[in-house]
Design a protein around this ligand. Structure first.
Ligand code: 6PG
Length: 253
């Protein structure tokens, strides 16, 4: 079941397995289109547990050969401030789920070095990496072909958590964001960078997300409390692929 509004598209699928399948199809379609039209595909991966199924699907026989991996350039939308081999590392999860199983050149993988002591320097370093890759002039923002996002039960996305400084960072491309309730720092792409993307794809499933998803999509605009509401691509496409359980409280579909 699909719903299109001026702001976003919502695709409701029966279960997480179908969500991974549809997300993989979308990834392949966007990668093929970008490589065909401009020679490369830039994607920022999301972390957490939701996208793991998609990543494993992309490494499967069914999809691996469909993606022009040598022309795919992988970034991260956010990262925990831990070493790359830490169980909480989004990089490690992506490596184990698919990057170590597909023919993507090492030089195409741009890891956030979030383990550095100086988180501000780590954020600035990743910002330089992005600027160099996109050949950005001063003050310009990158246009990723695809940014994958998840949503937390508190309405956060990437590492844009409620009532945190990064929500209002319109200066940097990458922000070091201290999350009081986690007692930890995270690196995250900032809102203007995400909203500059050609395609933003939220992947959300499970009962635990149903209430917050309703608030984000149908509730009052309260971005400090529900940061996912800040995601409004300027000229890109915003697609939510959600399973029936997560969609169970929505009335807009
Ligand atoms: C992270 C993610 C984060 C995630 C949500 C949902 O680093 O954790 O980028 O934004 O998408 O927290 O997490 P789950 O998919 O585990 O529910």
């Amino acid at each position: 079941m699909a719903k299109v509004t001026a702001k976003h598209e919502i695709l409701v699928v029966p279960n997480p397995d179908e969500l991974n399948h549809r997300a993989a199809q979308e990834f392949v379609r966007l990668a093929e289109e970008a490589v065909r039209t401009k020679g490369f595909f830039s994607v920022a991966l999301s972390g957490g547990s939701t996208p793991k199924g998609l990543y494993e699907r992309l490494a499967s026989d069914q999809y691996r050969e469909q993606v022009p991996w040598p022309k795919v350039y992988v970034f991260w939308g956010d990262e925990r401030c831990v070493p790359p081999d830490h169980p909480d590392s989004n990089y490690r999860m992506a490596r184990e789920s698919f990057l170590d199983k597909i023919p993507i050149p090492e030089e195409n993988i741009y890891r956030m070095m979030a383990e550095l002591e100086d988180h501000g320097r780590a954020a600035a370093g990743y910002e330089q990496t992005i600027k160099a890759f996109f050949h950005l002039e001063t003050g310009k923002r990158p246009r990723f072909d695809l940014i994958l996002l998840g949503m937390g039960e508190d309405g956060h996305t990437a590492s844009l958590f409620p009532e945190t400084p990064a929500l209002e960072d319109a200066v940097h491309l990458v922000s070091a964001n201290y999350i009081e309730k986690l007692g930890a720092c995270r690196l995250t792409l900032t809102v203007p960078v995400i909203n500059q993307a050609s395609n933003v794809l939220f992947l959300i499933f499970g009962e635990s997300k149903a209430l917050v998803l309703k608030e984000v999509l149908e509730g009052e605009y309260q971005p400090q409390r529900l940061p996912s509401q800040l995601i409004r691509p300027i000229s890109g496409r915003l697609l939510f692929i959600i399973d029936r359980v997560a969609a169970s409280k929505l009335t807009c579909i």
